[in-house]
Design a binder for this molecule. Structure first.
Ligand code: AMP
Ligand code: MG
Length: 349
């Protein structure tokens, strides 16, 4: 299949390109587009055949439900009811990087929700995304626009790399501002529960419901008896080709431990990549060191995380060692993605 790529200026959108992409969605095709979290792979969420194409293009397991994206606050056609707490979250954080889980209406086909009776809904805060959804005049199901298991794409080149030749259209815009997928909150339970941490943090949600908590199974390695409530969270994900190990502890000890492991690998003729920070990048013995940004700015670390993970695929490394981060605030989302990319391989420094 030939994939058309169009790069848009987000400040002055070319409406004809949006209309062309929207037409493809209306006809049951698949379009990748930017959002502020990561790039999405979209199809008409109400069209079974179209949604099927998303699963095929990504190689996504059939039991992993899709999030539907809306262009305005009227979500009543897609959900049974909107609890009061959800309305408060929507008023405060939409459009923005937070997905809410509701009981779904019959209008949303079972393939979209992977046979669950619930559905995740989000209103993205990105001009291209919003205009595309409104022009397509539907709700767009859109998982991250990567091949399943790979780090999510935060720029158009990563989408092209994963999906060119597999989908109809790629709309390019700016790099994703947040760089981490949306926070997911289950609003069908009381108290509400965070199924996936993101840029809207536990601390921010506590201002709306002080009893909100994070699904304990997303913080640790999932097992058969201890499965995360979001089906997709059980899969290895965000993984570059080389194995990732996280080194955790006091920063001085972390540097010493990473250098010890680097030496050990180099002695055996291996190539080691180190994921560091601006504060530590000059402290390592490896010549393949990439900084995620400053430790003082966890938003910058989140923004760069997936691109840095992907960058190692072209560097031919045998192993990647990464510093750990504090799990407060957006640090919870960063560590959740890192632990999954490492398959929960964590070394105490
Ligand atoms: P992605 O679309 O790649 O960002 O992944 C979406 C994530 O949301 C996956 O982890 C899904 O399992 C999760 N998810 C989507 N819909 C639901 C739902 N109805 N209930 C629980 N988790 C969901
Ligand atoms: Mg994904």
């Amino acid at each position: 299949m030939k994939t058309k790529v169009a790069i848009l200026n987000e400040q002055s959108l070319d409406k004809n390109i949006i209309l062309e992409a929207a037409e493809i969605i209306k006809r049951g095709g698949v379009v990748a587009f930017p959002t502020e979290t990561v790039y999405g792979l979209g199809a008409n969420a109400l069209d079974e055949e179209a949604v099927k194409k998303i699963f095929i293009a990504k190689g996504r397991p059939q039991d992993n439900p899709l999030i539907i994206h809306v262009g305005d606050f009227n979500i009543s056609p897609y959900v049974k009811e909107v609890p009061k707490v959800a309305k408060e979250i929507m008023n405060k954080f939409w459009p923005g990087p937070i997905t809410l889980i509701f009981e779904k209406s019959d209008k949303v086909p079972m393939i979209t929700s992977a046979n669950l009776s619930t559905i995740g809904v989000r209103m993205p805060d990105n001009n291209i995304a919003r205009e595309l959804i409104l022009a397509a005049n539907t709700t767009i199901a859109a998982p991250s626009a990567n091949i399943s298991g790979r780090p999510s794409p935060t720029d158009v080149d990563s989408c092209i790399e994963d999906l060119s030749g597999k989908i109809d259209y790629i709309l390019g815009g700016e790099n994703s501002e947040v760089g981490l997928e949306s926070t997911i909150v289950d609003c069908t339970v009381n108290p509400i529960c965070i199924l996936r941490p993101g840029a809207i943090t536990l601390e921010m949600l506590k201002e709306i419901d002080e009893n909100v908590y994070v699904d304990p199974a997303v913080l640790n390695k999932p097992t058969e008896d201890f499965k995360p409530k979001a089906p997709g969270m059980k899969y290895r994900h965000y993984a570059p080709k080389a194995p990732v190990k996280i080194v955790s502890g006091d920063i001085e000890k972390t540097i010493a431990k990473i250098n010890e492991i680097v030496l050990n690998y180099i002695e055996r003729g291996k190539r080691v990549g180190v994921i560091a920070t601006d504060e530590t990048k000059n402290s390592y013995n490896s010549d393949i060191v990439v900084s995620l940004g400053s430790r003082e700015n966890l938003y910058e670390i989140g923004q760069n995380l997936f691109k840095v993970l992907r960058s190692f695929d072209t560097m031919d490394v045998d192993i990647i060692l990464c510093e750990a981060f504090n799990e407060q605030g957006v640090g919870a989302a960063i560590m959740n993605r890192l632990k999954k990319s490492a398959g929960f391989d964590i070394i105490e420094a």
